[in-house]
Design a protein around this ligand. Structure first.
Ligand SMILES: Cc1cc2nc3c(=O)[nH]c(=O)nc-3n(C[C@H](O)[C@H](O)[C@H](O)COP(=O)(O)O)c2cc1C
Length: 386
């Protein structure tokens, strides 16, 4: 058993008791414990590499993904741990979210980057504030990765939340070129972080499309190689917003959409929180606010992505546009549910850690080893939309 596997197992046993002590102490423990765990995790390379069988591979945007599941943004903010997840068999690796300038992230009540799991509810809250080392350093780090076949590298980028709009756009364009040169395989624009104070330009929908238009004209239209760019929105998006979002993204030349990021609709999810977690949930959402993740988002992410898939199916356009599901993905049944709704690829964050505490580095192998899922019927062929 590796150190990360040992820590995850011990934590899984102790967690229900630690969480009952006191909400502030529990937040302190898990905010720092999470970072210690991630440091260990990303320094470990599993001895036996899992090579997913070909029935599980997905190919789209001319990129090969060895599995229909990989980590969501925020897990490896500073581009650590590529070989850890590539050897585990992950379908891809996503670094970031990264901003133009280095950011320290949020600090309150003696706690840096507050995070609190809701163990009995399979969910969590976080209020990180996009801590990261900045475009320059991360691009250099990613450029040195020797990629494993079937595990492409993505980068999640955010406009500087505190910069004035023209500056934020200029910086983003510079960053996208940096990552294009750094040989990443795809870019995810994070338009959905609930944990930063946004400058005026970020708050208005009109300005969202002004930003996207600039990215479209000055980057998407001038890409020097195959480099898909997708946009990640919140799981708080309503299904009524989807047609407009998809139409605009397609018109601007984007390649996909991700639903989505954490939720700030606390009252809506209160009834899904187990009674053992309620006190901690009230403490966190009143004190730090932050974003909700995990099981409670399962249905919403599935519904939004299904609506998006149907919207795209009805379109008649000459390029691929793909829907990525993130939110509450934790078991093979979630992957099956995505498949049967033609959602071809998924990301996970909260569920990854629960799976790791059960299976350690073999998590992808165990999850996909069920004979049912390796049957081809779950894997629809990707056809180019023409
Ligand atoms: C601690 C933590 C940090 C996160 N950081 C980011 C981030 O930097 N960028 C981003 O787009 N999403 C971030 N997220 C959101 C996740 O990528 C994901 O969208 C969300 O947690 C829902 O997925 P899940 O239910 O599988 O956790 C973060 C989530 C957590 C729990």
């Amino acid at each position: 058993m590796t150190q990360a596997e040992f820590l995850a197992k011990i934590d899984n046993q102790l967690r229900p008791f630690i969480l009952l002590i006191n909400p502030w102490l529990a937040t302190l423990t898990y905010s720092y414990g999470r970072k210690l765990f991630l440091k260990l995790l990303s320094s470990e390379i599993p001895k036996t590499k899992f090579e997913p069988p070909s029935e599980l591979h997905r190919k789209f945007w001319d990129i090969q993904f060895q599995l229909p599941l990989f980590n969501a943004a925020g897990m490896f903010k500073n581009a650590e741990g590529y070989f850890t997840v590539a050897s585990q068999g992950a379908g891809a690796y996503l670094a970031g979210t990264v901003t133009y300038r280095k950011r320290k992230g949020n600090f309150k009540n003696g706690i840096l980057h507050p995070f609190l799991p809701y163990h009995s509810s399979g969910s969590a809250s976080n209020w990180m504030g996009l801590p990261n080392e900045g475009f320059d350093i991360i691009a250099k780090r990613l450029s040195k990765i020797e990629k494993v076949k079937g595990c492409p590298v993505g980068i999640s980028l955010s406009f500087s939340p505190d910069a004035e709009m023209n500056t934020a756009i200029k910086e983003m364009l510079e960053g996208m070129e940096m990552f294009e040169k750094a040989n990443v395989d795809f870019i995810e624009l994070n338009e959905s972080c609930p944990n930063v104070k946004h400058a005026e330009h970020e708050n208005q929908e009109k300005n969202l499309w002004l930003r996207m238009e600039q990215i479209s004209e000055k980057f998407l239209a001038k890409r020097k190689r195959n480099l898909p760019v997708i946009v990640k929105f919140s799981n708080d998006t309503t299904s009524e917003q989807i047609p407009n979002l998809i139409d605009n993204l397609i018109n601007f030349g984007f390649d996909g959409i991700n639903f989505g990021n954490t939720s700030t609709e606390y009252p809506n999810y209160l009834e899904d929180i187990d009674r053992y977690d309620i006190k901690n949930f009230q403490y966190f959402t009143n004190t730090y606010k932050g974003g909700l993740s995990g099981k409670i988002l399962k249905q919403k992410s599935l519904d939004l992505c299904t609506t998006a898939v149907n919207q795209v199916k009805n379109k008649n356009f000459r390029k691929e546009f793909h829907i990525i599901r993130t939110g509450g993905v934790e078991t093979i049944d979630d992957i099956k549910a995505s498949n049967s709704n033609s959602i071809l690829i998924n990301q996970w964050f909260t569920g990854y850690f629960s799976a790791f505490s059960m299976y350690g580095h073999k998590l992808y192998e165990k999850m996909f080893s069920s004979s049912e899922i390796t049957e081809k019927k779950y894997y629809i062929q990707i056809k180019k939309i023409t």
